[in-house]
Design a binder for this molecule. Structure first.
Ligand code: ADP
Ligand code: CIR
Length: 348
């Protein structure tokens, strides 16, 4: 670990890990372990040590890691989430109502599709690097039992990755429904052990609601559809989360809110995104970046994080997930996207 750390220090990496893992903090944390699952600093930083092009480079192997390794996590959380300090506390969950958010693109000029997702951990289980094969199977079986209780618009079927036809899997990925395979950032973080055991996707009949099992987080709950009706998509996700929350106890921390494997998702764990075409702003990338920063939005490529934009389609979402309620997070994204569309029209 010492050698890999030195390589990171000597590298040109722009990751938050490199910035905040000073020698002093490294030396203070390198011999610590979490009380229940004995996870170490190496578990937390292995992804960033292997991938110098990480934006963040840090994952929590279990819930206790956020406390034991707080000297590293806290400054990373504060910087990524734009000022959530170690003395700050996530507000109580408040979803509000999707009807407050008008369609962002009623004439269908800019937005290809809208997606809202959140992540949940099952109470009592550690995160990927500490899960045994039987834990993956137990988590999958708990989730499947809960999924079978879903009714009406959420009703659907669970498809395990084990034994899935390759062509079916490829189509699900191309349709943006299923997570991609072989993410090197996650693999280096210890999230691909026993793959594909216990991994899978639940899809409802209209294919506008899905649940991922044991990818980055134990559970990812997602709603998506063509067009820009953010309120409708949000409501569908919220109803799904509430229904599953009646069956499964989610892991939540007093200060950090819903707990997730990656510190970028703590708090609400919500990422609300549009696939959007903004041809005029795309011609002025510096202006687009400036606006995104002002509105606290994050820009990704068409196939998700660490991918490129295809046919001018970008994935634009809220950057912050913690420090605000669920409702406020959606509002921040809504107002930001509205602002970008106005800027696009003016840039003509
Ligand atoms: P997340 O962390 O939210 O799961 P990723 O960046 O890994 O995000 O993306 C997961 C998948 O969701 C990818 O296939 C991506 O293209 C797709 N996706 C994200 N936002 C949208 C959207 N607004 N419309 C359609 N697909 C989307
Ligand atoms: C990185 O640092 O770039 C990756 N480990 C991803 C960080 C945030 N994204 C995520 O959780 N999906």
């Amino acid at each position: 670990m010492e050698e890999s750390y030195k390589k990171l220090v000597d590298s040109k990496s722009k990751s938050l890990l490199k910035k905040h893992l000073t020698k002093k903090i490294f030396d203070k944390l390198k011999t610590k372990t979490t009380p229940t699952f004995n996870s170490t600093l190496m578990h937390c930083i292995s992804s960033g040590l292997c991938n110098h092009d990480s934006g963040v480079g840090l994952y929590a192997p279990d819930a206790e890691a956020y406390k034991v390794f707080a000297d590293l996590f806290d400054p990373v959380i504060e910087e990524y989430h734009k000022g959530f300090k170690k003395t700050d506390k996530q507000p109580k969950p408040c979803f509000g109502q999707g009807k407050d958010f008008e369609n962002l693109d009623p004439d269908g000029n800019f937005i290809v599709s809208t997606r809202v997702r959140c992540g949940r951990a099952v109470k009592g289980f550690p995160f990927n690097p500490c899960l045994r094969e039987r834990d993956y199977l137990e988590l999958e079986s708990k989730l499947c039992k809960a999924l079978m209780t879903l009714t009406c618009e959420h009703k659907g079927i669970y498809m395990p990755l084990t034994g899935m036809d390759e062509a079916v899997q490829k189509q699900l990925i191309d349709d943006h429904f299923l997570f991609k395979q072989g993410d090197r950032f996650l693999a280096a973080a210890g999230a691909s052990r026993f793959w594909p055991t216990g991994r899978g996707i639940f899809l409802n009949e209209p294919k506008d609601f899905m649940v991922w099992c044991n990818e980055e987080d134990h559970i990812r709950i997602i709603a998506m559809e063509k067009g820009g009706d953010l309120g409708r998509v949000y409501n569908r996700m919220v109803a799904g989360v509430e229904a599953l929350g009646k069956e499964i106890e989610f892991s939540r921390d007093e200060r950090l809110g819903y707990l997730t494997f990656c510190p970028t998702n703590l708090g609400t764990s919500i990422r609300a995104s549009v696939h959007i075409k903004l041809p005029n702003l795309m011609d002025q990338p510096e202006e687009l970046q400036k606006l995104a920063k002002e509105y606290r939005l994050q820009i990704r490529g068409t196939s998700g994080e660490h991918s490129e934009a295809e046919d001018g389609v970008h994935d634009i979402s809220n950057q912050r997930r913690i420090g605000l309620t669920e409702y406020e997070i959606i509002k921040e994204m809504h107002d930001g996207i509205k602002g970008l569309i106005e800027a696009e029209c003016k840039a003509k």
